[in-house]
Design a protein. Structure first.
Length: 258
């Protein structure tokens, strides 16, 4: 039995979890596959088993890719309002959360939808005032929890969708006269994941970049390139000696409010 397999919970090994995840993928049970692969990844990461992590990331990526496709099949982007966020999203689809909702609301709505096996993607925009010197751009944000238990945010700045007009009223300081188009929405999703990858420090040991990516993926699990980057960094970490110094991160801003 390997060192990683000794990191067990409930008597189920990582290999057992991944066998079940593969079976779930064959059955097209993407929620089950994601849950099992996610648990396998957490255990392998805890054991610093980068070789296993690289293998686990593939079925995890596939399950999430399929869930996103099911959300896209709804064929439109809908605005997530306060009531839907509070009682729970009831229909598959792509959703845009905007003020007064914050990224923490969107994260909770996504987790609730996962528990109900409803495929959704929920993107959050912040007020234009968050753009600062990037005047005219929309701040897009996702939040998660770091390995140390602290709040973590990923943010990108994108051009608003067609039909948005500036306004002196309301929290957002603009008016959206129609729902965003699919092309804009998917592009914004990509920009958010790309912003997370851009935060990686190439001077860090690969094992530390793996830790960063685990956190970023927790915040924004729909981005394929984040998972692919994780696989690459895990493979790089396999050929490097373990870091001799602690991973350090700056203090994160509070992502739970404006």
């Amino acid at each position: 039995m390997s060192a990683t397999d000794r990191h067990r919970g409930g008597g189920v090994s990582i290999d057992d979890l991944m066998d079940r995840a593969s079976e779930a993928l064959v059955r097209c049970d993407y929620f089950e596959a994601e849950s099992l692969a996610g648990e396998g990844l957490r255990r392998a990461h805890s054991a610093r088993d980068h070789e296993r992590m690289a293998r686990i990331a593939l079925p995890l990526l596939e399950s999430r890719r399929q869930k996103m496709q099911l959300a896209q099949d709804a064929g439109r982007v809908r605005t997530l309002d306060e009531m839907a966020a509070r009682v729970g999203v009831c229909e598959p689809g792509l959703y845009l959360a905007q003020p007064p909702l914050v990224a923490a609301d969107a994260r909770q709505a996504r987790l609730n939808a996962d528990r109900r096996r409803i495929p959704v993607v929920i993107l959050t925009r912040e007020p234009m005032s968050r753009a600062g010197e990037r005047s005219g751009l929309w701040p897009i944000v996702a939040v998660g929890v770091s390995m140390s238990g602290k709040d973590l945010s990923v943010r990108a700045y994108v051009a608003p969708p067609a039909g948005v007009r500036p306004s002196d009223r309301g929290i957002t300081r603009d008016e959206m006269r129609s729902e965003p188009g699919m092309e804009w929405y998917l592009s914004a999703c990509e920009s958010l994941g790309d912003a997370a990858i851009a935060k990686l420090n190439p001077a860090d040991p690969a094992a530390h970049r793996v830790d960063d990516l685990i956190e970023f993926i927790d915040a924004w699990p729909t981005h394929e390139k984040l998972h692919q980057q994780l696989i690459d960094e895990c493979r790089a970490a396999m050929s490097q000696p373990p870091p001799t110094f602690e991973r350090r991160r700056g203090v994160s801003e509070n992502p739970w409010s404006f």
